[in-house]
Write a protein that binds this ligand. Sequence first.
Ligand code: NDP
Length: 502
Amino acid sequence: MATTPPYGVPVVEDGVLVSTNPASGAEVGRFPVADSDAVASAVLRARAAAAWWSGLGFTGRRERLSRWGSLLAHRMGELAALVHKEGGKPVGDAILEIACAIDHVAWAARNARRVLGPRRVRGNLLTPEYAGHLEYQPYGVIGVIGPWNYPVLTPLGSIAYALAAGNTVVYKPSEYTPAVGQWLVDSFAEAVGVRDVLTCVHGLGETGAALCESGVDKIAFTGSTATAKRVMATCARSLTPVVLECGGNDALIVDSDADLEAAADAAVWGGMSNAGQTCIGIERVYVVQEVADQFLAKLVEKASALTVGTDPDADIGPITMPAQLEIISRHITDAVERGARAVLGGVDAVRPPLAYPTVLVDPPADAAVLREETFGPVLPVIRVADAEEALRLANDTSYGLGGAVFGRSRAMDLARRMRTGMVSVNSVLSFVTLPRLPFGGVGDSGFGRIHGDDGLREFARSKAIARRRAPSPVPLLTFRRTPFGEQVVRGLIKLMHGRHGR
Ligand code: NDP
């Protein structure tokens, strides 16, 4: 069955969400929409399952999560085909996304005990009779709200870490990718043999809002900055904590000593893979004047060679959300009208459901294509006097998700000074492939971290216990404190901290 164009817009028919392919309109699946009662009931079931899941301990959870990772590894072809069918993503890109996600599941499972397990912490000279114990306890139930553009990697970046930390999860996938969300949840149940540890609730934005109001113990949101603000406002009413992974406007700096061949290759892939629909995709390129012509020639040559189409092995697939096509078109037209040169593609690059590669040279600094997330295969390239100007312009944005630097002598220094949560040096998007590195942004790109040690801690509450292990030699924490005790405090504090700057 096919719906009428524009394809790919999810529709709700009689309380059922109908998911369709963005290019053909072919139906992909039907999912009952969860109203607030259904969401509340999913959260109740997840809460009941939480005691069992957290009681398994790190070893029990590791074993089960590893089984899930193994199932995903064996069935990645099937999942990639579904990602292509529902979102239009080329199968090769989907495989890469899934491979990365599986690595995160395995890493979170293996490292949860090291990062979150109980430990003794050193005592203090002032109160030597106390021993410190620190552990990280699960929140309980985590609500995960996901986007459509990486329907496997982005939710699993939260889900795997939340589960490894001992929480259960209720997941609301994007209305554009419910079938992939359901597949993930079903695969977990198949691998682990239980249903309520990871469940799915489907629907439009209202279902996400209901999840925020459902009494979950934390919300992990990935999506646009505008929706993140709504999520945070809703969660503020119940003081539900949030981790927000929002949009970006990532810049790539090409310095004068960069390997231009590698930089051009990375710019094309970083800006145009997944049709540019990548939160950490390259949205702006700043290239130092003396190498700009050479870089641009290579960039255009590589971008012109990309295949665009709806078949599974095209380099650039269809745009998943029809409304995004208008934004891409508006950004290109605005830039060209304000003096940018389209050296590839241009104002007629958008031919629904496809957008063809476009390279725009020197749009003005206030052009929409530089200020907003374009989410299409469009690369604005701006020539700058030197790397310092590149950095200043790269940082001139309200977003601060990722970024990239190509160069040698100054590359690490520039990377450190980029106002973002993550940077790749002489590569693009590579930080996401290293599970040990935390992932998250600053400014309008959100706050909190997924992935890595920080990502595990994001889904646990620290619990501090101070235990008296011996009688107090000089009791201090009592009204029975003596003048001698006070003398000891003064003497010890002077000894410990009073030696500097005198
Ligand atoms: P949206 O913000 O439109 O939606 C994100 C999720 O929030 C969807 O599941 C959506 O449901 C849900 N939602 C919508 N309204 C509400 C509400 N009021 N309360 C709670 N949940 C709600 O983002 P997109 O799905 O369009 O994703 C693209 C965006 O995500 C881009 O800005 C991209 O940069 C960003 N992104 C960020 C990443 C990161 O890690 N920082 C990674 C990937 C993407 P529904 O779809 O049903 O409306």
